[in-house]
Design a protein around this ligand. Structure first.
Ligand code: COA
Length: 317
């Protein structure tokens, strides 16, 4: 992937929001319906409970509205809406439905790069800013519970529902995006797949093995483009698929897991929502200050991978 051209118009995140369904499903509740246990799920995945329910459009409206409010923006000031989801409510027009409900007057389109989708959407939004957009709303939402086989113990404990959103706004000085990487390897599509209208089928161990490799590879490319070394990264915001994947990727990157944002214990794998949910949690618990370097890195079906390095608050001058 190319490096950012010097002088490209940049942006900063000026607001964020999250939405989770009210219904909590614990591991013990799952164990009441299938041959599994809280102990197994926690030990193999790090997940204790997950949220189930809602629609992709409804959750997106909730997180998107919060992000607009935090940014202090009237809806009419948004120039574009990018909605990342791999579980659309409709074949098309999901972003447009969110645009309508939020009273936006702008272009709106869906992006689907599975669990890498939020970073794909965020990088795309920065591209729109580089081409003249001033304010872009980026939402990552998935309702994976609707495509989960609830009789399959190999997948059911993993997947869940949620949404996260950010507003990015153009800035005069250096923007926040220092480096990015978008990657895909379609030869690995069969190991993690869902037919249209079907449920998730997965070769768990193979996905695990490749996930660590492609996360590390993508993260290293973004850091290289950004001119950033792992020890300078204040916070890694990884896709929340499995705590053991996060641990293995951090180990290989040489970044202590204490510097990772982790919410998987309470959210499960929410696909497009997992990175913005983890980032919002870190922001709200005071883990990020202006000038800090963040490394966002995701992987998912396709297989896809995506990462970017952000300097929180933009350039420090
Ligand atoms: N409860 C109890 N036992 C289970 C189980 C469950 N929910 N799911 C599988 N098992 C059993 C298996 O049948 C197997 O039994 P056996 O040894 O008698 O054959 C044993 O546990 C080990 O299964 P295995 O598949 O080797 O476990 P694992 O350590 O690889 O963990 C995953 C399974 C799915 C948690 C793990 O492979 C993983 O997270 N992979 C990546 C998945 C992912 O991230 N997908 C989304 C990408 S965006």
């Amino acid at each position: 992937m190319p490096a950012i051209r010097p002088g490209a118009r940049g942006a900063v995140i000026s607001g964020w929001g999250t939405a989770l369904p009210e219904k909590i499903v614990t591991n013990d509740e799952l164990a009441a319906t299938m041959d599994t246990s809280d102990e197994w799920i926690q030990a193999r995945t790090g997940i204790k409970e997950r949220r189930i329910g809602g629609t992709t459009i409804g959750l997106s409206v909730d997180s998107g509205r919060q992000a607009l409010e935090m940014a202090g923006l009237e809806p009419s000031r948004i120039d574009a809406l990018v909605l990342s989801t791999t579980t659309p409510d409709w074949q098309w027009g999901n972003a447009a439905a969110v645009q309508n409900e939020l009273d936006l007057f702008c272009g709106a389109f869906d992006v689907n790069a599975a669990c890498s989708g939020f970073v794909y959407a965020l990088v795309t939004a920065h591209g729109l800013v580089a081409m003249g957009a001033d304010r872009v709303l980026v939402i990552g939402t998935d309702t994976l519970s609707r495509i989960t086989d609830w009789d399959d113990r190999a997948t059911a404990p993993l997947f869940a529902d949620g949404s996260g959103a950010v507003v990015i706004e153009s800035v005069d000085g250096p923007g926040q995006l220092l480096g990015w990487d978008l990657d895909a390897d379609g030869s690995a599509l069969p190991i993690l797949q869902a037919d249209v209208g079907g449920t998730i089928k997965m070769e768990g161990q193979e996905v695990f093995r490749r996930a660590v490799r492609i996360m590390v590879d993508s993260a290293e490319k973004s850091m290289l483009h950004a001119g950033v070394h792992p020890e300078e990264v204040k916070l890694v915001v990884p896709h929340q698929a499995n705590i053991r994947i996060i641990q293995a990727a951090c180990d290989r990157l040489g970044i202590p897991i204490e510097r990772a944002a982790v919410v998987i214990d309470t959210t499960g794998n929410t696909s497009s929502a997992s990175i913005p949910l983890a980032m919002a949690d870190a922001l709200e618990t005071g883990r990020v200050q202006n000038g800090d370097l963040l490394l966002l890195v995701g992987f998912g079906g396709g297989m896809t991978a995506a990462s970017c390095v952000l300097r929180w608050g933009g350039g420090v001058e």
